[in-house]
Write a protein that binds this ligand. Sequence first.
Ligand code: MN
Ligand code: MN
Length: 456
Amino acid sequence: MKKAIANKMQNIADYFATKEQSEQMQQTVASYIDFLSCCKTERETIAYLIEHLEKHRQTSSKDTIFYKQWREKSLFIAKKGKRPLSEGLHLIASHADSPRLDWKQNPFIENDSLLQVKTHYYGGIRKYQWLSRPMALHGVAVKENGEQVRLCIGEKDMDPVFTISDLLPHLAQKEAGKTLQTAFEGEKLNIIFGHAPDIKNKEEEHPIKRAVLRLLKEYYGLEAEDFYSAEIQMVPAGRARYVGLDRKLIGGYGQDDKICVFTSFKAFLESAEEPEYTSCLIFWDKEEIGSNGSTGAQSRFMEYCIQEIAEQWEPEAKVRDIFLNTKALSADVSAPIEPDWEELHDANNAAYMGCGPVFCKFTGSRGKYDANDAHPEYIAWLRHVLNSQQIPWQMAELGKVDCGGGGTVALYLAAYGMDTIDLGPAIMSMHSPFELSSVYDIYTTKEAYRAFLNAK
Ligand code: MN
Ligand code: MN
Protein backbone atom coordinates (compact mmCIF):
# COMPACT_ATOMS: atom_id res chain seq x y z
CA MET A 1 0.00 0.00 0.00
CA LYS A 2 1.37 3.42 -0.94
CA LYS A 3 2.21 5.80 1.88
CA ALA A 4 -0.53 8.31 0.99
CA ILE A 5 -3.21 5.62 1.09
CA ALA A 6 -1.82 4.14 4.30
CA ASN A 7 -2.17 7.63 5.82
CA LYS A 8 -5.77 7.91 4.63
CA MET A 9 -6.62 4.52 6.14
CA GLN A 10 -4.93 5.61 9.37
CA ASN A 11 -7.14 8.73 9.45
CA ILE A 12 -10.20 6.53 9.11
CA ALA A 13 -8.99 4.22 11.87
CA ASP A 14 -8.53 7.33 14.07
CA TYR A 15 -12.03 8.54 13.21
CA PHE A 16 -13.47 5.28 14.54
CA ALA A 17 -11.05 5.04 17.47
CA THR A 18 -13.57 6.04 20.14
CA LYS A 19 -15.76 3.28 21.52
CA GLU A 20 -18.90 5.33 20.93
CA GLN A 21 -18.13 6.00 17.28
CA SER A 22 -17.25 2.39 16.61
CA GLU A 23 -20.42 1.10 18.33
CA GLN A 24 -22.60 3.51 16.37
CA MET A 25 -20.92 2.31 13.20
CA GLN A 26 -21.61 -1.34 14.06
CA GLN A 27 -25.30 -0.62 14.71
CA THR A 28 -25.66 1.33 11.49
CA VAL A 29 -24.04 -1.48 9.51
CA ALA A 30 -26.21 -4.17 11.15
CA SER A 31 -29.40 -2.34 10.17
CA TYR A 32 -27.97 -1.75 6.68
CA ILE A 33 -27.46 -5.51 6.25
CA ASP A 34 -31.10 -6.14 7.21
CA PHE A 35 -32.32 -3.40 4.87
CA LEU A 36 -30.26 -4.71 1.95
CA SER A 37 -31.43 -8.28 2.58
CA CYS A 38 -35.14 -7.43 2.47
CA CYS A 39 -35.25 -4.57 -0.07
CA LYS A 40 -34.23 -6.01 -3.41
CA THR A 41 -36.65 -4.18 -5.68
CA GLU A 42 -37.72 -0.53 -5.91
CA ARG A 43 -41.21 -1.39 -4.65
CA GLU A 44 -39.85 -3.24 -1.61
CA THR A 45 -37.51 -0.34 -0.90
CA ILE A 46 -40.20 2.34 -1.09
CA ALA A 47 -42.50 0.25 1.16
CA TYR A 48 -39.67 -0.09 3.73
CA LEU A 49 -38.98 3.66 3.70
CA ILE A 50 -42.64 4.59 4.17
CA GLU A 51 -43.05 2.10 7.01
CA HIS A 52 -39.99 3.47 8.85
CA LEU A 53 -40.93 7.08 8.12
CA GLU A 54 -44.37 6.53 9.63
CA LYS A 55 -42.77 5.03 12.77
CA HIS A 56 -40.43 8.01 12.98
CA ARG A 57 -43.30 10.51 12.69
CA GLN A 58 -45.05 8.87 15.64
CA THR A 59 -42.03 9.44 17.86
CA SER A 60 -41.15 13.01 16.87
CA SER A 61 -42.55 15.93 18.81
CA LYS A 62 -43.55 18.08 15.82
CA ASP A 63 -45.15 16.91 12.64
CA THR A 64 -43.32 18.86 9.97
CA ILE A 65 -42.74 15.99 7.57
CA PHE A 66 -44.40 15.78 4.17
CA TYR A 67 -44.14 12.76 1.92
CA LYS A 68 -45.65 11.50 -1.28
CA GLN A 69 -45.01 8.28 -3.17
CA TRP A 70 -45.66 7.57 -6.81
CA ARG A 71 -46.66 4.17 -8.24
CA GLU A 72 -44.93 2.49 -5.26
CA LYS A 73 -41.60 3.10 -7.05
CA SER A 74 -40.63 6.67 -6.24
CA LEU A 75 -40.83 8.70 -3.02
CA PHE A 76 -40.35 12.33 -2.02
CA ILE A 77 -39.89 13.34 1.65
CA ALA A 78 -39.54 16.86 3.06
CA LYS A 79 -38.93 18.26 6.56
CA LYS A 80 -39.80 21.91 7.09
CA GLY A 81 -36.87 24.14 7.90
CA LYS A 82 -36.54 27.49 9.70
CA ARG A 83 -35.87 29.59 6.62
CA PRO A 84 -38.42 30.39 3.93
CA LEU A 85 -38.71 27.87 1.10
CA SER A 86 -37.75 30.55 -1.40
CA GLU A 87 -34.23 30.43 0.06
CA GLY A 88 -33.97 26.90 -1.28
CA LEU A 89 -33.87 23.31 -0.08
CA HIS A 90 -31.14 20.91 0.92
CA LEU A 91 -32.00 17.96 -1.29
CA ILE A 92 -30.50 14.46 -1.59
CA ALA A 93 -31.47 12.28 -4.55
CA SER A 94 -30.79 8.57 -4.91
CA HIS A 95 -32.27 5.65 -6.85
CA ALA A 96 -33.90 2.46 -5.59
CA ASP A 97 -33.69 0.35 -8.76
CA SER A 98 -30.77 -2.02 -9.45
CA PRO A 99 -29.73 -4.21 -12.40
CA ARG A 100 -31.56 -7.55 -12.55
CA LEU A 101 -33.32 -9.98 -14.86
CA ASP A 102 -36.97 -9.16 -15.58
CA TRP A 103 -39.42 -11.82 -16.72
CA LYS A 104 -40.68 -11.50 -20.26
CA GLN A 105 -44.44 -11.10 -20.48
CA ASN A 106 -44.89 -14.47 -22.16
CA PRO A 107 -42.29 -16.24 -20.05
CA PHE A 108 -42.59 -20.02 -20.21
CA ILE A 109 -40.72 -22.32 -22.58
CA GLU A 110 -40.58 -26.07 -22.23
CA ASN A 111 -37.73 -28.05 -23.76
CA ASP A 112 -35.71 -31.18 -22.95
CA SER A 113 -37.60 -32.14 -19.77
CA LEU A 114 -37.30 -28.68 -18.21
CA LEU A 115 -39.47 -25.60 -17.92
CA GLN A 116 -37.62 -22.30 -18.29
CA VAL A 117 -38.62 -18.67 -17.89
CA LYS A 118 -37.46 -16.16 -20.50
CA THR A 119 -35.94 -12.95 -19.14
CA HIS A 120 -34.93 -9.53 -20.41
CA TYR A 121 -32.08 -7.98 -18.46
CA TYR A 122 -32.57 -4.56 -16.84
CA GLY A 123 -29.62 -2.18 -16.58
CA GLY A 124 -25.98 -2.78 -17.41
CA ILE A 125 -24.88 -6.29 -16.50
CA ARG A 126 -21.91 -8.52 -17.34
CA LYS A 127 -24.10 -11.47 -18.31
CA TYR A 128 -21.75 -14.29 -17.26
CA GLN A 129 -21.98 -13.13 -13.61
CA TRP A 130 -25.64 -14.17 -13.45
CA LEU A 131 -25.17 -17.82 -14.42
CA SER A 132 -25.00 -20.85 -12.10
CA ARG A 133 -26.12 -19.06 -8.97
CA PRO A 134 -29.21 -19.20 -6.76
CA MET A 135 -31.76 -16.59 -7.74
CA ALA A 136 -34.93 -15.42 -6.02
CA LEU A 137 -38.15 -14.22 -7.60
CA HIS A 138 -39.56 -10.87 -6.45
CA GLY A 139 -42.41 -8.92 -7.93
CA VAL A 140 -46.07 -8.20 -8.37
CA ALA A 141 -48.77 -9.52 -10.66
CA VAL A 142 -52.02 -7.63 -11.12
CA LYS A 143 -55.15 -9.60 -11.93
CA GLU A 144 -57.81 -8.35 -14.31
CA ASN A 145 -59.98 -7.30 -11.35
CA GLY A 146 -57.15 -5.05 -10.09
CA GLU A 147 -56.06 -7.32 -7.24
CA GLN A 148 -52.30 -7.10 -6.68
CA VAL A 149 -50.44 -10.31 -5.83
CA ARG A 150 -47.01 -9.79 -4.25
CA LEU A 151 -44.45 -12.49 -4.87
CA CYS A 152 -41.22 -13.29 -3.05
CA ILE A 153 -39.82 -16.81 -3.50
CA GLY A 154 -36.28 -17.89 -2.73
CA GLU A 155 -35.34 -15.80 0.31
CA LYS A 156 -36.47 -18.06 3.18
CA ASP A 157 -34.34 -21.09 4.07
CA MET A 158 -37.07 -23.54 3.07
CA ASP A 159 -37.95 -21.77 -0.19
CA PRO A 160 -36.84 -23.20 -3.51
CA VAL A 161 -34.51 -20.98 -5.57
CA PHE A 162 -34.09 -20.62 -9.33
CA THR A 163 -31.00 -20.59 -11.55
CA ILE A 164 -29.59 -20.17 -15.04
CA SER A 165 -27.49 -23.14 -16.15
CA ASP A 166 -24.00 -22.53 -17.54
CA LEU A 167 -22.05 -24.62 -20.01
CA LEU A 168 -19.74 -27.32 -18.67
CA PRO A 169 -16.02 -26.78 -19.47
CA HIS A 170 -15.90 -30.17 -21.23
CA LEU A 171 -18.12 -28.86 -24.04
CA ALA A 172 -16.95 -25.26 -23.99
CA GLN A 173 -14.11 -25.55 -26.50
CA LYS A 174 -15.81 -23.47 -29.24
CA GLU A 175 -17.38 -21.15 -26.68
CA ALA A 176 -13.99 -20.40 -25.12
CA GLY A 177 -12.74 -18.86 -28.37
CA LYS A 178 -15.53 -16.27 -28.48
CA THR A 179 -15.25 -12.74 -27.16
CA LEU A 180 -17.05 -11.81 -23.94
CA GLN A 181 -19.49 -9.74 -25.95
CA THR A 182 -20.62 -12.64 -28.15
CA ALA A 183 -20.25 -15.60 -25.77
CA PHE A 184 -23.15 -14.69 -23.51
CA GLU A 185 -26.42 -14.04 -25.29
CA GLY A 186 -29.32 -12.18 -23.71
CA GLU A 187 -31.75 -14.74 -25.13
CA LYS A 188 -29.94 -17.49 -23.23
CA LEU A 189 -30.54 -15.92 -19.82
CA ASN A 190 -33.37 -18.41 -19.22
CA ILE A 191 -34.27 -19.35 -15.68
CA ILE A 192 -34.82 -22.99 -14.75
CA PHE A 193 -38.27 -22.99 -13.21
CA GLY A 194 -39.79 -26.49 -13.21
CA HIS A 195 -39.21 -30.14 -13.95
CA ALA A 196 -42.21 -32.28 -12.95
CA PRO A 197 -44.75 -33.22 -15.64
CA ASP A 198 -48.48 -33.02 -15.15
CA ILE A 199 -49.75 -36.54 -14.62
CA LYS A 200 -53.31 -35.68 -15.70
CA ASN A 201 -54.21 -35.18 -19.38
CA LYS A 202 -51.14 -37.12 -20.52
CA GLU A 203 -51.80 -36.58 -24.26
CA GLU A 204 -51.71 -32.80 -24.07
CA GLU A 205 -48.65 -30.70 -24.95
CA HIS A 206 -46.29 -29.01 -22.48
CA PRO A 207 -46.85 -31.22 -19.41
CA ILE A 208 -44.34 -29.36 -17.20
CA LYS A 209 -45.76 -25.96 -18.04
CA ARG A 210 -49.26 -27.20 -17.27
CA ALA A 211 -48.08 -28.58 -13.91
CA VAL A 212 -46.30 -25.32 -12.98
CA LEU A 213 -49.30 -23.22 -14.02
CA ARG A 214 -51.43 -25.40 -11.77
CA LEU A 215 -49.07 -24.67 -8.84
CA LEU A 216 -49.12 -20.94 -9.57
CA LYS A 217 -52.91 -21.05 -9.55
CA GLU A 218 -53.00 -23.10 -6.34
CA TYR A 219 -50.41 -21.04 -4.41
CA TYR A 220 -51.02 -17.51 -5.72
CA GLY A 221 -54.32 -17.63 -7.64
CA LEU A 222 -52.50 -16.63 -10.84
CA GLU A 223 -53.44 -17.59 -14.40
CA ALA A 224 -51.09 -17.62 -17.40
CA GLU A 225 -52.59 -14.36 -18.67
CA ASP A 226 -51.83 -12.59 -15.37
CA PHE A 227 -48.12 -12.57 -16.32
CA TYR A 228 -48.92 -10.07 -19.07
CA SER A 229 -49.72 -7.60 -16.28
CA ALA A 230 -46.85 -8.52 -13.97
CA GLU A 231 -43.44 -7.14 -13.05
CA ILE A 232 -41.36 -10.08 -11.93
CA GLN A 233 -37.70 -9.65 -11.22
CA MET A 234 -35.04 -12.32 -10.73
CA VAL A 235 -32.42 -11.18 -8.24
CA PRO A 236 -29.59 -12.94 -6.39
CA ALA A 237 -31.06 -15.00 -3.54
CA GLY A 238 -29.98 -14.67 0.07
CA ARG A 239 -28.92 -12.14 2.63
CA ALA A 240 -26.16 -9.55 2.52
CA ARG A 241 -23.06 -10.70 4.43
CA TYR A 242 -19.91 -9.46 6.12
CA VAL A 243 -16.85 -10.08 3.95
CA GLY A 244 -13.32 -10.59 5.22
CA LEU A 245 -12.07 -12.06 8.48
CA ASP A 246 -12.25 -8.67 10.19
CA ARG A 247 -15.85 -8.08 8.97
CA LYS A 248 -15.18 -4.61 7.61
CA LEU A 249 -16.65 -5.11 4.13
CA ILE A 250 -20.26 -5.85 3.21
CA GLY A 251 -21.19 -8.04 0.27
CA GLY A 252 -24.68 -8.04 -1.17
CA TYR A 253 -26.90 -7.37 -4.15
CA GLY A 254 -28.25 -3.93 -5.05
CA GLN A 255 -25.81 -1.70 -3.13
CA ASP A 256 -25.90 0.56 -6.21
CA ASP A 257 -27.79 2.53 -5.15
CA LYS A 258 -29.46 1.22 -2.02
CA ILE A 259 -26.38 2.14 0.01
CA CYS A 260 -27.23 5.79 -0.73
CA VAL A 261 -30.97 5.22 -0.19
CA PHE A 262 -30.20 3.80 3.26
CA THR A 263 -27.56 6.30 4.34
CA SER A 264 -29.49 9.37 3.16
CA PHE A 265 -32.70 8.12 4.81
CA LYS A 266 -30.90 7.40 8.09
CA ALA A 267 -29.21 10.81 7.92
CA PHE A 268 -32.63 12.42 7.41
CA LEU A 269 -34.09 10.63 10.45
CA GLU A 270 -31.10 11.63 12.57
CA SER A 271 -30.91 15.24 11.38
CA ALA A 272 -32.30 18.22 13.28
CA GLU A 273 -36.08 18.24 13.89
CA GLU A 274 -36.15 21.77 12.54
CA PRO A 275 -33.20 22.21 10.19
CA GLU A 276 -32.10 25.62 8.97
CA TYR A 277 -33.22 24.87 5.39
CA THR A 278 -36.04 22.52 4.43
CA SER A 279 -34.54 19.03 4.00
CA CYS A 280 -35.71 16.87 1.12
CA LEU A 281 -35.03 13.36 -0.06
CA ILE A 282 -36.10 11.99 -3.41
CA PHE A 283 -35.85 8.30 -4.25
CA TRP A 284 -36.15 7.60 -7.96
CA ASP A 285 -36.60 4.51 -10.07
CA LYS A 286 -35.36 3.70 -13.62
CA GLU A 287 -31.90 5.27 -13.08
CA GLU A 288 -30.25 2.13 -14.42
CA ILE A 289 -32.05 2.44 -17.76
CA GLY A 290 -31.76 6.19 -18.31
CA SER A 291 -34.06 7.80 -15.69
CA ASN A 292 -37.07 7.72 -18.02
CA GLY A 293 -40.66 6.79 -17.24
CA SER A 294 -43.15 8.28 -14.80
CA THR A 295 -41.04 7.27 -11.79
CA GLY A 296 -37.59 8.23 -13.09
CA ALA A 297 -35.58 11.40 -12.56
CA GLN A 298 -36.69 12.84 -15.89
CA SER A 299 -40.35 12.71 -14.82
CA ARG A 300 -42.15 15.72 -13.32
CA PHE A 301 -42.84 13.96 -10.00
CA MET A 302 -40.29 15.88 -7.87
CA GLU A 303 -41.41 19.18 -9.37
CA TYR A 304 -45.05 18.46 -8.46
CA CYS A 305 -44.04 17.55 -4.90
CA ILE A 306 -42.12 20.80 -4.46
CA GLN A 307 -45.12 22.73 -5.80
CA GLU A 308 -47.24 20.90 -3.26
CA ILE A 309 -45.05 21.74 -0.23
CA ALA A 310 -44.95 25.35 -1.38
CA GLU A 311 -48.77 25.44 -1.58
CA GLN A 312 -49.05 23.93 1.91
CA TRP A 313 -46.24 25.69 3.74
CA GLU A 314 -45.62 28.95 1.94
CA PRO A 315 -48.11 29.79 -0.82
CA GLU A 316 -46.39 33.10 -1.57
CA ALA A 317 -43.08 31.38 -2.45
CA LYS A 318 -42.17 31.27 -6.14
CA VAL A 319 -41.33 27.72 -7.17
CA ARG A 320 -38.55 28.94 -9.50
CA ASP A 321 -36.83 30.63 -6.53
CA ILE A 322 -37.01 27.39 -4.55
CA PHE A 323 -35.35 25.49 -7.40
CA LEU A 324 -32.71 28.10 -8.19
CA ASN A 325 -31.63 28.40 -4.55
CA THR A 326 -31.56 24.68 -3.81
CA LYS A 327 -28.40 22.80 -2.93
CA ALA A 328 -28.51 19.17 -4.07
CA LEU A 329 -26.49 16.00 -3.73
CA SER A 330 -26.82 13.32 -6.32
CA ALA A 331 -26.26 10.41 -3.95
CA ASP A 332 -24.88 7.61 -6.05
CA VAL A 333 -22.01 5.18 -5.86
CA SER A 334 -18.51 5.58 -7.24
CA ALA A 335 -16.03 2.92 -8.39
CA PRO A 336 -12.78 2.64 -6.41
CA ILE A 337 -9.35 1.73 -7.64
CA GLU A 338 -8.84 -1.94 -6.79
CA PRO A 339 -5.82 -4.22 -6.65
CA ASP A 340 -6.60 -6.34 -9.72
CA TRP A 341 -7.62 -3.44 -11.97
CA GLU A 342 -5.31 -0.60 -10.99
CA GLU A 343 -4.46 0.06 -14.65
CA LEU A 344 -7.99 1.36 -15.28
CA HIS A 345 -7.67 4.24 -12.81
CA ASP A 346 -5.57 7.36 -12.46
CA ALA A 347 -4.23 6.74 -8.94
CA ASN A 348 -4.11 10.49 -8.17
CA ASN A 349 -7.75 10.96 -9.09
CA ALA A 350 -9.17 7.63 -7.91
CA ALA A 351 -11.42 6.74 -5.00
CA TYR A 352 -10.20 4.24 -2.39
CA MET A 353 -12.34 1.78 -0.45
CA GLY A 354 -12.88 2.86 3.14
CA CYS A 355 -11.64 6.42 2.74
CA GLY A 356 -15.01 8.15 3.01
CA PRO A 357 -17.71 9.26 0.57
CA VAL A 358 -16.53 10.31 -2.88
CA PHE A 359 -17.28 13.61 -4.61
CA CYS A 360 -17.46 13.26 -8.36
CA LYS A 361 -17.37 16.73 -9.93
CA PHE A 362 -18.55 15.31 -13.25
CA THR A 363 -19.68 11.89 -14.46
CA GLY A 364 -20.36 11.14 -18.13
CA SER A 365 -17.85 9.75 -20.62
CA ARG A 366 -15.21 10.76 -23.19
CA GLY A 367 -14.99 14.58 -23.22
CA LYS A 368 -17.34 14.87 -20.21
CA TYR A 369 -20.38 14.19 -22.40
CA ASP A 370 -23.68 13.84 -20.51
CA ALA A 371 -22.15 15.27 -17.34
CA ASN A 372 -23.22 17.80 -14.78
CA ASP A 373 -19.95 19.56 -13.99
CA ALA A 374 -20.34 20.96 -10.47
CA HIS A 375 -19.47 24.61 -9.82
CA PRO A 376 -16.33 25.23 -7.73
CA GLU A 377 -18.20 27.68 -5.44
CA TYR A 378 -20.50 24.85 -4.41
CA ILE A 379 -17.67 22.35 -3.90
CA ALA A 380 -15.90 24.87 -1.67
CA TRP A 381 -19.04 25.25 0.47
CA LEU A 382 -19.38 21.46 0.78
CA ARG A 383 -15.69 21.07 1.73
CA HIS A 384 -16.31 23.48 4.56
CA VAL A 385 -19.44 21.61 5.72
CA LEU A 386 -17.58 18.28 5.95
CA ASN A 387 -14.20 19.57 7.11
CA SER A 388 -15.74 21.55 9.96
CA GLN A 389 -17.01 18.24 11.38
CA GLN A 390 -13.87 16.22 10.52
CA ILE A 391 -15.85 13.92 8.22
CA PRO A 392 -13.46 12.19 5.78
CA TRP A 393 -14.20 12.52 2.07
CA GLN A 394 -12.50 11.97 -1.27
CA MET A 395 -12.58 13.60 -4.71
CA ALA A 396 -12.34 11.22 -7.66
CA GLU A 397 -13.18 10.39 -11.24
CA LEU A 398 -14.69 7.08 -12.28
CA GLY A 399 -11.70 5.50 -14.06
CA LYS A 400 -9.10 6.84 -16.48
CA VAL A 401 -10.06 9.19 -19.31
CA ASP A 402 -11.55 7.22 -22.23
CA CYS A 403 -11.80 3.96 -20.28
CA GLY A 404 -15.59 4.16 -20.16
CA GLY A 405 -17.73 6.18 -17.79
CA GLY A 406 -21.23 6.38 -16.45
CA GLY A 407 -24.07 8.68 -15.57
CA THR A 408 -26.16 9.55 -12.55
CA VAL A 409 -29.22 11.71 -11.90
CA ALA A 410 -27.04 14.80 -11.26
CA LEU A 411 -27.79 16.41 -14.64
CA TYR A 412 -31.56 16.12 -14.15
CA LEU A 413 -31.29 17.98 -10.83
CA ALA A 414 -28.97 20.57 -12.34
CA ALA A 415 -31.53 21.26 -15.09
CA TYR A 416 -33.58 23.17 -12.48
CA GLY A 417 -30.64 25.48 -11.82
CA MET A 418 -29.84 23.98 -8.43
CA ASP A 419 -26.27 23.46 -7.31
CA THR A 420 -25.53 19.75 -7.72
CA ILE A 421 -22.68 17.31 -7.27
CA ASP A 422 -22.38 13.53 -6.95
CA LEU A 423 -21.48 12.30 -3.48
CA GLY A 424 -21.58 8.64 -2.44
CA PRO A 425 -19.46 5.71 -1.31
CA ALA A 426 -17.27 3.68 -3.64
CA ILE A 427 -18.36 0.11 -4.21
CA MET A 428 -16.51 -2.80 -5.84
CA SER A 429 -17.99 -5.27 -8.35
CA MET A 430 -20.62 -2.66 -9.21
CA HIS A 431 -23.72 -4.07 -11.00
CA SER A 432 -22.69 -7.63 -10.13
CA PRO A 433 -24.87 -9.97 -8.05
CA PHE A 434 -22.52 -9.44 -5.08
CA GLU A 435 -21.34 -5.84 -4.76
CA LEU A 436 -18.88 -4.86 -2.01
CA SER A 437 -18.89 -1.83 0.25
CA SER A 438 -16.77 -0.75 3.22
CA VAL A 439 -18.32 -0.32 6.67
CA TYR A 440 -16.21 2.84 7.08
CA ASP A 441 -17.82 4.33 3.99
CA ILE A 442 -21.36 3.39 5.03
CA TYR A 443 -20.98 5.30 8.27
CA THR A 444 -19.03 8.30 7.00
CA THR A 445 -21.41 8.69 4.05
CA LYS A 446 -24.35 8.78 6.43
CA GLU A 447 -22.52 11.38 8.53
CA ALA A 448 -21.73 13.47 5.44
CA TYR A 449 -25.39 13.48 4.35
CA ARG A 450 -26.45 14.41 7.88
CA ALA A 451 -24.00 17.33 7.98
CA PHE A 452 -25.32 18.50 4.61
CA LEU A 453 -28.97 18.37 5.73
CA ASN A 454 -28.15 20.22 8.95
CA ALA A 455 -25.88 22.81 7.31
CA LYS A 456 -26.63 26.49 7.74
MN1 MN B 1 -26.30 4.18 -9.26
MN1 MN C 1 -25.84 1.73 -11.59
